[in-house]
Ligand binder design. Structure first.
Ligand code: PLP
Length: 310
């Protein structure tokens, strides 16, 4: 077969653009060569609907090992007891959380898109805003920090079933404990989307959402420096006190509901070549090099913030 020079020439041009331009997009990163090498490999040929040990296809014994290693490494990074590494993207991970936790029309409270929130946190342009009753809190004009009083007031008046913390454009840390206290008053689920700070949280450089938030999602390609993708995690699995049911009407644990919401709820076959690359990036995150990398990013950010305030 002839090599597709048209596309490979363009890929080389993109490499050149990335090498010689200045990339200042906060949601982007440069993943390692071995992560990219793992991504361009044969698991892309394999169908593996289901989960390790419970697939709908034969010949999954090797991809089962790959996916299990990815899950175990991810659990170790965040001291989680359960993780799903199959979401194709951050948006897919969030979609699965909505599907597992809410019925269409139920209320969800998130940070307003115009104040730093993400499309999948209830924007009217997104499935989350079209399918569910989205309410929003914002940031304070004078400080730019989350208006927790407003969040609390809306939550106690509207009683949303789920409160989302996390953002696409927010430069401060989160008070997860306060949000959990608000949620406990009204029996709401707390869902943290840590797509942006995940790499810093992984190394203990920012507040840990896992202690206070029932469910945590992230992308893998931002500060986690892995391949493009999504993940869902729980530090504590729980019999769900909200009485959430699976599509057959059975009460399940949160981890079971989330697994079902990823597959078959919102996705088909997992991208096992990307899961292999996620596993490689997770081992990089577990290394001391990544700790040094995180500390360097944190101190650069702090220095920039100081200079900006001066
Ligand atoms: C907070 C947050 N969540 C989710 C996403 C969605 O990730 P993806 O682009 O992988 O769907 C983003 C993307 O920027 C994000 O900032």
């Amino acid at each position: 077969m002839q090599k597709d020079t048209q596309i490979f020439d363009l890929i080389n041009k993109e490499l050149d653009r990335q090498r010689h331009g200045i990339e200042l997009i906060a949601s982007e990163n440069f993943t390692s060569l071995q992560v990219m090498q793992a991504m361009g490999t044969v698991p892309t040929n394999k169908y593996a609907e289901g989960y390790p040990g419970k697939r709908y296809y034969g010949g999954c014994e090797i991809v089962d090992e790959i996916e299990t290693i990815a899950i175990e490494r991810l659990k170790k990074i965040f001291r989680a007891t359960w993780a799903n590494v199959q979401p194709h993207s951050g948006a897919q991970a969030n979609g699965a959380v909505f599907l597992a936790c809410l019925k269409p029309g139920e209320k969800v409270l998130g940070l307003d898109l115009s104040m730093g929130g993400h499309l999948t946190h209830g924007s009217p342009a997104n499935f989350s805003g079209k399918t569910y009753h989205a309410l929003f809190y914002g940031v304070k004009k004078d400080t730019g920090t989350v208006d927790y009083d407003q969040l609390e007031a809306i939550a106690s008046k509207e009683k949303p079933k789920m409160i989302i913390c996390g953002a696409s454009a927010y430069s401060r840390d989160w008070d997860y404990k306060r949000i959990r206290n608000v949620a406990d008053e009204i029996g709401a689920i707390v869902f943290a989307d840590i797509a942006h700070p995940a790499g810093l949280i992984a190394k203990g450089l920012m507040n840990d959402p896992f202690e206070h938030c029932h469910i945590v999602t992230s992308t893998t390609h931002k500060t986690l420096r892995g391949p493009r993708g999504g993940i869902i995690m729980l530090r504590h699995d729980f019999e769900n006190p909200w009485g959430l049911k699976d599509p057959k009407g059975n009460t399940r644990t949160m981890s079971q509901l989330l697994d079902l919401a990823v597959f078959p709820g919102t996705q088909g076959g997992p991208l096992e070549h990307v899961i292999a690359a996620k596993a490689v990036s997770f081992s990089e995150i577990l290394s001391d090099d990544f700790t040094a990398y995180g500390k360097q990013i944190m101190s650069n950010a702090q220095a920039m913030a100081k200079a900006f305030m001066a």
